[in-house]
Design a protein around this ligand. Structure first.
Ligand code: SF4
Length: 617
């Protein structure tokens, strides 16, 4: 049992090569320094993973880690993060999921689950209130996530449990495969393939322990106050009513929505695929992650249909998926996006990377006429041809035909078809989410510099901050979206540090508690003295540590560059303006005190952040 409240004090460690299971104590020094989540996981993994570690080899490790407030009612802290070395980028892999899987892990008695090694036969992990077992999964191998989940929840004791599982894509080591977690997923950086390489099909968890907090009554009172304030925020109301795609109409006005592989920002049919249209036609209810008062998830129902999607209720698409399978493919048919989303969730494919890869194929087919149907297994890839998109998704998940190339990501497609790398929309091999940097210059740093390069709009969501959502107690100002200035770099750096803290407390970036209230929640939950200054220094520490991890993997500042296609001026509302990478990135480096040649944080900074020992590689 931990001396700190909120934590369970235990990490479950599984070695799939030797089939051994043990419980190790939570390292309280790391919890004090990094709070939990991605920061804690990185401090643990940096000594276990090396430059020559094959992300899909048994030596790679995957760490599921919670924050101390997971399991409490602390606003939007019902999340858990999965970390590893990414098979797509070769550097830091991190993906954060909501839903309910994290709370089951915590209630089962574990702050985290660390998986080493690889099994030679398919297995799954069964965890029930402090007891874990490795079980044969040969009957599950080859099945989609939906069926796998259903089967694992059949036994009475797991009916109310939760499942995380890979689909065919993870089994076939698709480099952007996901780990599905029922309502949500660990979607980015290819963690499904890491699980697949370990022949770990799924984890089913049921827990019933209570999480002990330091000052439960005061904590509860503050949660009530914070939630009430949250629900008065406009974006919370919009996300609740319309989901994350509630802003898509506005994004066409600001140029944030990329269209047809970043060639334009004009998409006149946007109303057909908006959050309002989903709400009007198909929304049945909101989906809330554990401890969330906002509920941006969409439970939809199409009724009888010939799309081969369920007649009953299921998870609807969110903004990134709608942008990816809609505007990026020149497709304004909402039902086809719902179907593509459903397929990706079941096959276990990241909707951002897959839609970007397919958009690239359509760009090559339609714009430059570089490829023809004969290059893509006879498929006609005209913009908006969704029947053939479904075929490609199946091919990707099963690595059949051209799907074997697409399964390795956009850069592999570019290489296969001999495309100029500057015309491939990736950063460090990862396809970015759909918040166009030309409409929000701060996002160039989110995609170009954040530790899981290109993968995350949540690592520095300047697209929200530049719209007026400052974080005043954190000294993060709302800088005008199209400003190339050292102020933009400074406030983006501060936001990235704040979000690094969020990645460790595992809080959803749509939650907007005042930083002082967040600190108070942590203090009342854990018993650790916490204030805004401690949030700031912990965020800075976590960001710097993830950077050290990447430098250890061989990453260098030269890798931090957006390709031309993402910064080519386009007509429209942004009037041809683009982020000045040289200025923004060099000012960011100065603010962070990183060496411009090596990328290394200065020795003084490492010392101040207690990170010196992590820099010896
Ligand atoms: S706002 Fe949405 S993603 Fe965030 S915790 Fe709530 S339901 Fe989950």
């Amino acid at each position: 049992m931990s001396n700190l409240k909120g934590y369970t004090g235990k990490i479950l460690e599984i070695d799939l090569s030797t089939k051994t299971i043990k419980t190790t104590p939570l390292d309280e020094n790391l919890a004090e320094l990094f709070v939990g989540g991605a920061g804690y996981a990185c401090a643990s993994l940096i000594s276990k993973i090396n430059k020559d570690t094959d992300p899909l080899g048994p030596e790679n490790v995957i760490f599921l880690m919670s924050g101390p407030l997971l399991g409490s009612k602390g606003i939007c802290t019902g999340r858990v993060v999965a970390c590893s070395k990414s098979p797509l980028s070769g550097i830091w892999a991190e993906s954060n999921t909501g839903g309910q899987i994290g709370v089951q892990m915590k209630r089962a008695g574990y702050d985290g689950i660390l998986v080493h090694g690889a099994s030679d036969q398919p297995v799954y992990l069964e965890i029930l209130d402090g007891k874990a077992e490795i079980k044969d999964a040969s009957q599950l191998w080859g099945k989609g996530i939906e069926e796998t989940t259903k089967i694992l929840k059949t036994p009475e004791e797991f009916k109310l449990g939760k499942v995380m599982a890979i689909g065919q894509a993870g089994e076939n080591l698709v480099k952007y495969s996901i780990i599905g977690c029922e309502e949500r997923a660990f979607g980015r950086t290819g963690l499904g393939a890491v699980m697949g390489s370990k022949k770990l099909k799924a984890v089913v968890i049921k827990g019933s322990n209570k999480i002990e907090l330091a000052s439960p009554d005061e904590f509860k009172a503050l949660v009530k106050e914070v939630n009430t304030a949250q629900l008065a925020v406009f974006t919370a109301q919009m996300f609740g009513a319309l989901g994350t795609s509630g802003g898509i109409n506005m994004y066409t006005l600001t140029g944030e929505l990329p269209v047809k592989y970043y060639r334009t920002s004009k998409f006149e049919e946007v109303d057909n695929i908006s959050g309002a249209t989903i709400a009007e036609k198909y929304l049945k209810k909101q989906r809330y992650c554990f401890a969330c008062p906002i509920g941006c998830g969409r439970i939809i129902e199409l009724g009888k249909n010939d799309l081969e999607v369920p007649e009953g209720q299921f998870e609807g698409p969110e903004y990134e998926t709608i942008a990816g399978f809609g505007a990026m493919l020149g497709n304004s048919n909402l039902e086809s996006i719902i179907k593509a989303n459903y397929m990706c969730n079941d096959l276990g494919i990241d909707t951002i990377s897959s839609s970007s890869v397919i958009s690239l194929i359509m760009d090559l087919y339609n714009n430059g006429k570089t490829i023809t149907a004969s290059d893509v297994d006879g498929l006609n890839m005209e913009w908006g041809n969704m029947e053939n998109v479904y075929q490609l998704l199946n091919k990707i998940a099963n690595r059949s035909g051209i799907g074997d190339v697409l399964a390795d990501g956009s850069d592999a497609v570019g290489k296969h078809f001999n495309v100029d790398p500057e015309q491939i929309a990736t950063i460090r091999h990862i396809e970015p989410p759909y918040h166009d940097t030309r409409s929000s210059f701060g996002m160039s740093m989110a995609y170009g510099i954040a530790p899981h390069y290109g993968a995350s709009h949540c690592s520095c969501d300047m697209y929200q901050t530049s719209l007026g959502q400052a974080h005043s107690e954190m000294d993060i100002q709302s800088i005008p979206a199209l400003e190339n200035s050292s102020e933009m770099s400074k406030h983006s750096a501060r936001l990235m540090e704040y979000r690094a803290f969020f990645s460790s407390i595992n809080m959803c970036v749509f939650a907007k508690p005042a930083a002082s209230n967040l600190a108070k929640l942590i203090e009342l939950g854990t018993g650790m003295p916490y204030d805004v200054e401690r949030i700031k220094i912990t965020g800075e520490r976590v960001l710097s540590l993830k950077r050290l991890f990447n430098l250890k993997m061989g990453h260098s500042p030269k890798d931090e560059k957006l390709p031309k296609i993402l910064v080519t001026p386009i007509e429209g509302v942004t009037e041809g303006k683009v982020p000045d990478q040289e200025l923004l990135f060099s000012e960011f480096y100065k603010y962070e005190d990183w060496d411009p040649i090596t990328g290394m944080p200065s020795p003084e900074k490492l010392e101040r952040l207690s990170l010196t020992k992590y820099a010896n590689f």
